[in-house]
Design a protein around this ligand. Structure first.
Ligand SMILES: [Zn+2]
Length: 294
């Protein structure tokens, strides 16, 4: 598992690699532009080359792009949908240029509009963005379950994937906090296994390319997206360790999006702590196996 964090690109794309390095990350997640503005940052081939060189010299071996928050692929508003397509396509092309593992996407908001057509609209935009870019996958993020937001259940992610054409560039990103607040129990070895069995049956675990590792400020099933530092929230360190040590997550990119001790993002100690929780999870799994076989 490539454990890392969301880092800033202030000062240039390649600076994000240096920040990841300072934090002791094996992977990073970045925004390809300011996530609350439509205006794209004008990166050129030199920026991409500098980024790839920085990655080559670094222990950071994978990068995830998080798409802009303004994107709403499901909206009935044609203008907003067109802007969303342009922005998602732009992010995927940057993903192609820097060999990103994928572009994480919030699949959309339908507000009061009916579910089926909203999924159809979102799928069409996602499929079009994939067709207009080369290789970088779109990773549909499993959401926290606010009313009207698409993608908090595996059924919806499966329907979105199919509506997007179902090709192998349509992937998925799971977030420990979002799963928990959406009512997916990830607090025991057995429960995590059941959740992944369901994800596999409905979406396919071959589509799972990235994880977000966050604790939750709010209780199980609360349907609110409130990230907390690992071990300080309602999921707790022990369960996060079991989540991180799930064998089917082996080799995945897993980034923290926690507030950090100063609410400025995770610090070096947070990344080290995630690795420690993971190894405690591995030990707990070994003990549980020994117990059940003896
Ligand atoms: Zn997200």
């Amino acid at each position: 598992m490539l454990i890392g964090a969301h880092v800033s690109t202030a000062g240039g794309l390649a600076k994000a690699v240096a920040r990841g390095e300072q934090l002791g990350c094996d992977s990073i997640q970045i925004f390809n532009q300011s996530p609350r503005m439509w205006r794209p940052t004008a990166y050129g081939e030199e920026d991409f080359a500098a980024f790839r060189e920085a990655m080559d010299r670094s222990r950071v071996s994978a990068v995830i792009i998080h798409a802009v928050y303004l994107i709403n692929c499901a909206t009935p508003d044609r203008t907003l949908r067109r802007k969303s397509l342009a922005s998602l396509t732009h992010a995927l092309r940057i993903g192609d240029a820097i060999n990103a593992t994928g572009v994480v996407l919030h699949p959309g908001a339908r507000k009061d509009a009916p579910l089926g057509p909203a999924i159809g609209r979102a799928g069409k935009v996602i499929g079009a963005a994939v067709a207009e870019s080369e290789a970088c996958p779109v990773l549909i993020e499993q959401m926290a379950g606010h009313a009207g937001i698409l993608g908090h259940t595996f059924d919806e992610i499966a329907a979105l994937t199919e509506a997007a054409g179902g090709g192998d560039r349509v992937g998925m990103c799971l977030d420990s906090c979002h799963l928990f607040v959406s009512g997916y129990d990830i607090t025991t070895i057995g429960a995590i296994g059941d959740v992944l069995d369901e994800a596999d049956a409905k979406v396919g675990l071959d589509r799972l390319r990235a994880l977000h590792i966050n604790d939750s400020k709010v209780p199980f099933g609360a349907n609110l997206d409130r990230h907390e530092n690992l071990g300080k929230g309602e999921i707790g360190g022990r369960s996060l360790g079991l989540f991180l040590s799930e064998p089917r997550f082996e080799g995945l990119v897993a980034t923290l999006e926690t507030p950090g001790p100063a609410k400025q993002g995770p610090v070096r100690g947070d990344i080290a702590y995630a690795r420690r929780l993971r190894s405690l999870g591995v030990k707990a799994r070994d003990r549980s196996r020994a117990g059940s076989s003896g």
